[in-house]
Design a protein around this ligand. Structure first.
Ligand code: AMP
Ligand code: GLY
Length: 425
């Protein structure tokens, strides 16, 4: 089969590695990709949101299956466009992708189908939002309704912070139209975990659990990023919690959204807070998570093309999806300043040496080639994933490999996996 993968981050590099492993894949292309992906796939210079361009490429190059990484093309309706052109594509329709594209839509569905989540209200008027906050218990959580690259959420501990977040979104429009409405919701206390599931419209298969590290600094300090590291499995997701996630979140969500006329096919990402009352949904994403994918997919034993095809055919119930017992940890190497302003163009050294270690994957994210040298070209530059017999070993190996890589202004968290290790003790 000929496959087109869309996207350019660490998630897509992890997907490319799995696709490349499949004996069923003849040609693998990635648009636009990055230098790391370019080592195993043909890079196509078309932007991830140029839907007409991607569709024409798929037609002209006899692509049998397209796999979409990022949320933007999904929320723009790339799946509907490809299907209308008779092309096979893995991902949710535009209507189903609203689960990520509009937090208000996601909240309404959860309310209607009784899926556990934080209580909330929606505002488009700053004054009314502020009045609501005056009456609320702190901390309160303020979220832009639309897509904001993981940066549209403020957990406000004080009225001053809450006012700043509300004004930034509704008055200053720092998120543009994505922040024209805000959700103000109850703060959920607990430990976070990410559960992703393959979905075929009706059936779902949960992937192995993972935990992200969203804050930029150790100890979950500083602003939220797209994710500074991850590990899998997440010990906070016990067998009992997993059963609750399946029965009180994935099952009713898939039934509910199908009832709304938008059956969900693709990867559904549930960002969870494991509270004293059980798992509650913090957010849904309509795609693989990043960096979660960098620890989840290296554990997948089943041919990923078989999984995608079963999802498209509605036969997921007939496929046994298998995982290794190994644990995985990923340390993200970021550019100093991210998620704010950061430099680009710094030369990266040591990638080959680190990649040569056993059970290590160096997933490239924000990288570019400049005169044949690998340079930083984004906030999250590389993901260093290690497999190990247990989380402790995986974390140790991941840091050992990460130590071999350097570039000016490299920033990494030093406490990836610490919550898991504390829990396991
Ligand atoms: P989101 O983009 O909705 O996943 O939010 C980003 C991050 O903000 C989450 O990963 C949590 O750390 C935090 N957060 C969001 N909503 C809540 C909530 N209701 N209670 C506590 N923390 C939250
Ligand atoms: N790691 C969080 C996300 O993919 O949205």
């Amino acid at each position: 089969m000929n496959i087109l993968l869309i996207g350019s981050g660490g998630r897509e590099h992890a997907l490319a590695v799995q696709l490349k492993k499949s004996p069923r894949v003849a040609e693998l292309y990635c648009a636009p990709g990055n230098p790391g992906i370019g080592g195993i796939a043909g890079l196509v210079n078309i932007a991830a949101d140029d839907i007409a361009g991607l569709r024409d490429f798929a037609r002209q190059n006899k692509i049998d299956l397209t796999v979409v990484g990022p949320e933007v093309p999904l929320t723009l309706g790339i799946v509907d466009e490809f299907e209308a052109a008779g092309l096979k594509i893995f991902g949710p329709s535009k209507a189903a992708a609203r689960l990520e594209g509009s937090k208000e839509f996601a909240k309404k569905i959860m309310k209607k189908y009784k899926i556990p989540t934080a209580a909330y209200e929606v505002f488009d008027d700053a004054q009314k939002a502020l009045e609501y906050v005056y009456m609320s218990r702190f901390p309160v959580v303020i979220k832009a309704d639309g897509l904001a690259s993981g940066k549209g959420v403020t957990v406000a501990g004080s009225l001053v912070e809450a006012r700043r977040a509300i004004n930034a979104a509704l008055k200053d429009r720092i998120f543009g139209e994505a922040g024209a409405r805000v959700i103000i919701e109850e703060f959920l206390a607990g430990e976070e975990a990410s559960m992703l599931a393959f979905c075929d419209g009706q059936n779902f298969v949960p992937m192995v659990s993972a935990q992200d590290h969203k804050a930029v600094y150790d100890g979950d300090k500083g602003p939220n990023t797209g994710g500074m590291g991850a590990y899998s499995p997440a010990p906070v997701v016990t067998a009992e919690i997993l059963e609750q996630v399946n029965s009180s979140i994935f099952r009713p969500l898939l039934n509910g959204i199908a009832q709304e006329g938008a059956p969900y096919r693709g990867v559904l990402y549930a960002g969870l807070m494991i509270t004293a009352d059980g798992p509650k949904v913090v957010e849904f994403n309509c795609r693989f998570g990043d960096p979660e994918t960098q620890v989840v997919l290296p554990r997948l034993k089943t041919d990923i093309v078989d999984v995608f095809e079963a999802c498209l055919a509605g036969h997921l119930d007939a496929l046994a999806v298998e995982w290794t017992d190994a644990a995985a940890a990923c340390v993200v190497l970021a550019a100093d300043g991210y998620p704010g302003k950061y430099e680009k163009g710094q030369e990266i050294t040591g990638v080959d040496k680190a990649a040569a270690l056993p059970d290590i994957f160096i997933f490239q994210a924000g990288t570019a080639l400049l005169d044949g040298r690998l340079v930083a070209a984004g906030g999250r530059v590389l993901g260093v994933t290690a497999l190990g017999a247990d989380i402790k070993t995986a974390v140790k190996n991941s840091y050992k490999a990460a130590e071999l890589i350097s570039f000016p202004g490299l920033h990494k968290r030093k406490d990836i996996g610490q919550k898991a290790l504390a829990r396991l003790k």
